[in-house]
Design a protein around this ligand. Sequence first.
Ligand code: DUC
Ligand code: ZN
Ligand code: ZN
Length: 477
Amino acid sequence: MSEVRSGVRSEVLIKGGRIVTAVDDYIADIWVKNGRIEAIARDLSIDSATVHDASGLIVFPGGIDVHTHMEFDLGAAQTVDTFETGTRSAAFGGTTTIVDFALQKQGDTPKQALDRRLAAAEPQCCVDYSFHIILTHVTPEALAELPDLVNHEGVSSFKMFMAYPGVLMVEDADIFRAMRKVGAHGGMINLHAENGSVIQALIQEALEQGNTSPKYHMLTRPSIMEGEATHRGIRIAELAEVPVYFVHLSAEEALSSVVEARDRGIPAYAETCPHYLFLDDSEYDRPGFEAAKYVMTPPLRSHACQHALWRGLKTDDLQIVSTDHCPFCYNESPFGLRKSKQMGRDDFEKIPNGAPGVEFRLHLLYDGGVNAGRLSLNRFVQLTATAPAKMFGLFPRKGTIAVGSDADLVLFDPHQRHTLSASTQHSNADYSLYEGREILGKVQKVFLRGELIVEGDRWLGRAGQGQFQRRSASGRV
Ligand code: DUC
Ligand code: ZN
Ligand code: ZN
């Protein structure tokens, strides 16, 4: 039996790396003991530790992706990554913690939804994990459970949909009720902000006119309706006195509302995702059905939006980059129609909404952000690890490199070139949004609480190694 399995963790000494956090940048050694950082200093020598030479490498805190959907069952469709394949894919991309979602289904209480997801995740996760709960039925019973979930179960963030009427959408009055309760107990609300009713009218109109191709997914979800819902969500949150966090913000109109609220001192926050930063709505002009690969919600936006998002990342109007990893295959085989974009071949509304991406976040943001001169190294860490940890109640255990923090560490080679491709990714998805994109800078080693789980292309981790992370209050950065 290995040292780790018998409960005695091996000690690790990472020598001579360039340690970069959200505020620091210096060369030193890191001594890891019992899964935590024991000491950081120059010229450390620890006889009992396994040494990893990090000279010439950057040492980042492990990435935290607060928006993923592993084996997510939406009734009509199900994502193709299990907790095991999805978290392994995350690890290869330098992400050591995910915050996924527990969906309250018809007849569920929020706690039942959480318990179901915990049972599925526990034997499978390869990196650490936590959950937001998606509230779909704001009943008195559901409301009554919220304080306990925040204060005792370690779930301090609750998502609601302002879109998908009749399926996931929650009416404004119920959004307000849930917000008030969550706010009173130290939690945060996450909103999917789009005006679901107006969008439904546009979808119906498009289909009646025989417009069934994937491009109509984009045309029926205009950015102005994301802006409207974002503004409405902020005003309701303001009344309810709760911090509000907008998931997958994509539109300039939505960002303007967040900026305006933040300038008034309102605790409004937002994430964007790599696909909104690196791709635009011209992808929907691809021939045939191929544009279905880019059907995610919100859809890809204009160049002007892309510009605004990059600016928002720089100015802290946007605080986090997460992936919204929601993987479906393009082809029906090998996982079947329910896991495939082909469901919507004759009707864009039936195309499962979402795309893979958990493995590429750090690589894309390093190359397209840091190398391209759009982000500093410190800001890169802030966006991918520190702000997610602080915003969602994981800091300082996670999200930084400091004495006492978990030894979730990424050794990153800034000089290694590689190409993103579906053929080399570790997700079960059969395509990549970034096929053929060349990247300068590559994750070389990944440590999860001091255990080496990725070394180059070799997988050294195991299913069940990830631990559930109880989170403290959310939205108080
Ligand atoms: N919203 C998400 O957050 N993920 C997938 C689909 C959606 O609408
Ligand atoms: Zn959403
Ligand atoms: Zn999502």
